[in-house]
Design a protein around this ligand. Structure first.
Ligand code: A2G
Length: 394
């Protein structure tokens, strides 16, 4: 969507994967979907250094609404008990921290969790979002006619635009089409949305992560070409800092999301993230791959002995037009020992005649030096882990 926004994959924090639809604030005061949760996470983004690393959007997912619209005005109302000061106060709090405010809604009659959706009130809701100083809108697609989405999502985007307030527009429309066996129209998505959820929701497990990686790899010929500045494919939230991923698996998700030029939207309890996981989330070298200015999405390029090679063209580009590359080696093995595997640089598809200076993105002390096309590159990958390198074209 050519609205000048999301020229790099958006970075931030969103409630859904970790906090779902917890609404009982008596039982779970620190976890319920409430103004306190979002204020606290805005503060933590800043105090824990995430904002400095580039994380910017604080996004409320489902379960923030009252079950009914306002009787007189038909406006959406945030839950009065859980958001007693209203969304303007929350959005002010987030903006005062130098961050941006995101909000979830649904194109259908109801949100997935059963709160009122935008249908029949699209103009009013777009205006209300602008009044609340929203900077990012996630529009889900439960309780909607899939056949209406091709016109409905662009229509809501137009209404957002007409408010005059710049809002990043995240569309869930293709995920619902894929589910129904329909082929998404990527040209239309590119034109009408800043990012879009291609497929299923992520859950807190390696299995879920691997399913998403496989979906994107198997369908990369039709998905990969459509990501780019202003219009990104979205494989869903980062799981790091929660229950399901080990240290190695956490590095794996962060590396592959960066290869895929994915939005880096965390969903975790920022007060409870262990220091070594926080280091992964804030790894500047890995984030720089994700945010590379060319905005070219990467691909899975080969697989041997259950070691997959994923690669993404990045800057700098040589005068003769050779890209640098981020290259991730993903182990799908679980046979115990770290697995050593050699590739020639040429086999990886890296053919710059002057060679590459190679840097380990997770271990700056690992000095690898210069490799030519016919050099052998040996990497050793932990079970269900990743090694991640930048090959800078010389
Ligand atoms: O509703 C859907 O499942 C969303 N999925 C998920 O991300 C979350 O927002 C949930 C809330 O009820 C898509 O947007 C594809």
């Amino acid at each position: 969507l050519d609205n000048g926004l999301a020229l790099k994959p958006p970075m931030g924090w969103m409630s859904w994967e970790r906090f779902r639809c917890i609404t009982d604030c008596k039982l779970y005061p620190d976890e319920c979907i409430s103004e306190q949760l979002f204020q606290r996470h805005a503060d933590l983004l800043v105090s824990e250094g995430y904002a400095d690393a580039g994380y910017e959007y604080v996004i409320i997912d489902d379960c923030w609404l009252e079950k009914n619209r306002d009787n007189d005005t038909q406006k959406l109302v945030a839950d009065r008990k859980r958001f007693p000061n209203g969304l303007n106060a929350l959005s002010d709090h987030i903006h005062k921290q130098g961050l941006k405010f995101g909000l979830y809604q649904d194109y259908g009659t109801n949100t997935c969790a059963g709160y009122p959706g935008v249908i029949k009130h699209m103009k009013l809701d777009a205006q209300t979002f602008a009044e609340w100083d929203v900077d990012y809108v996630k529009l889900d697609g439960c309780y909607a006619n899939i056949s209406d989405m091709a016109t409905g999502y662009p229509e809501f985007g137009r209404l957002l635009n007409e408010t005059g307030r710049p809002m990043v527009y995240s569309c869930s429309w293709p995920a619902y089409q894929e589910d129904a066996g329909e082929m998404p129209d990527y040209e239309s998505l590119k034109q009408h949305c800043n990012l879009w959820r291609n497929w299923d929701d992520i859950d807190d497990s390696l299995e879920s992560l691997m399913q998403i990686m496989d979906y994107f790899a198997k369908n990369q010929d039709r998905i990969q070409p459509h990501g780019g500045p202003g219009h990104w494919n979205d494989p869903d939230m980062l799981l790091l800092g929660n229950y399901g991923l080990s240290y190695d698996q956490s590095k794996l998700q962060m590396a592959i999301w960066s290869i895929m030029a994915a939005p880096l939207i965390m969903s975790n309890d920022l007060a409870a993230v262990r220091p070594e996981i926080k280091d992964i989330l804030q790894n500047r070298a890995v984030i720089a791959v994700d945010q590379d200015e060319l905005g070219i999405q990467g691909r899975r390029v080969l697989s041997r002995n259950q070691i997959e090679v994923w690669k993404r063209p990045i800057t700098p580009v040589t005068k003769s037009g050779h890209h640098s590359y981020a290259v991730a080696f993903v182990s799908r093995r679980d046979d115990g020992a770290p697995y050593s595997i050699p590739f020639t640089v040429n086999e990886l598809g890296l053919r710059n005649p002057k060679g590459y200076n190679v840097q380990d993105l997770y271990d700056a002390s690992n000095k690898l030096g210069v490799f030519q096309s016919d050099s052998q590159f040996i990497t050793r990958v932990n079970p269900n882990g990743v090694t991640f390198y930048k090959f800078t074209a010389l």
